[in-house]
Design a binder for this molecule. Structure first.
Ligand SMILES: [Zn+2]
Length: 202
């Protein structure tokens, strides 16, 4: 998703802004002056983080801007560690709004002949709260999808970034490209409740 899409789901974006201290008004899904001011403050904060940790490739930049500030900082540290180690790692996805997640869920269902891509609706994935990102491993400019290329990445970053959780350590479904900030609860439902109230969950 993109920053522009984040702004299109106004209720979602207000929750995101409120949980992270940029917005203090009611969550009404209407874009008014206070939402506008909160948006500007979030963009400025994101810019400050970028200045502090340095710019990365444009694909990663477009996804980092969709993460909450704490995750933006970790994602930039993550990329910096790997760049220093000579790796070409890019962040291929970040936040998905509920509307986007619901659209993905509909693919392959309700008469759609496309293949199913997810079993999660909006609010059922950590990607829906601005915490998580998925990486792509590149070599000589080419994207690589083999698990082994992803398994070598986590030991390079996790010791230095203890705030992160890696999808490759999950028991039920191993998600090797997935990284996220550890939330206050391992329960996605609990995180969702906090997010929807506009309360911080990391
Ligand atoms: Zn993921």
């Amino acid at each position: 998703m993109s920053y522009q899409l984040l702004k299109q789901d106004v209720l979602f974006y207000q929750r995101f802004l409120k949980a992270n201290g940029f917005y203090t008004d009611i969550l009404d899904g209407k874009w008014g002056p206070k939402t506008d001011a909160a948006d500007a403050a979030f963009v400025q904060k994101s810019q400050d983080i970028k200045t502090r940790f340095g710019a990365v490739d444009s694909k990663s930049e477009s996804n980092i801007i969709t993460l909450i500030p704490a995750a933006q900082i970790s994602a930039r540290k993550f990329l910096n560690i790997l760049t220093t180690a000579g790796k070409d790692i890019r962040i291929l996805s970040g936040t998905r709004t509920y509307a986007e997640q619901d659209a993905l869920y509909k693919q392959g269902r309700y008469g759609s002949t496309l293949p199913k891509v997810t079993n999660a609706r909006g609010g059922q994935r950590n990607h829906n709260f601005g915490l998580a990102w998925d990486i792509g491993v590149f070599e000589n400019g080419t994207y690589l999808g083999t698990d082994s290329k992803y398994k070598v990445i986590s030991p390079m970053v996790l010791p230095q970034l203890p705030e992160l959780e890696w999808g490759g350590n999950w028991i039920s479904f191993k998600d090797f490209p997935h990284y996220q900030l550890k939330a206050v609860s391992e329960s996605v439902a609990a995180v969702r409740n906090l997010f929807e109230q506009g309360t911080l969950y990391v």
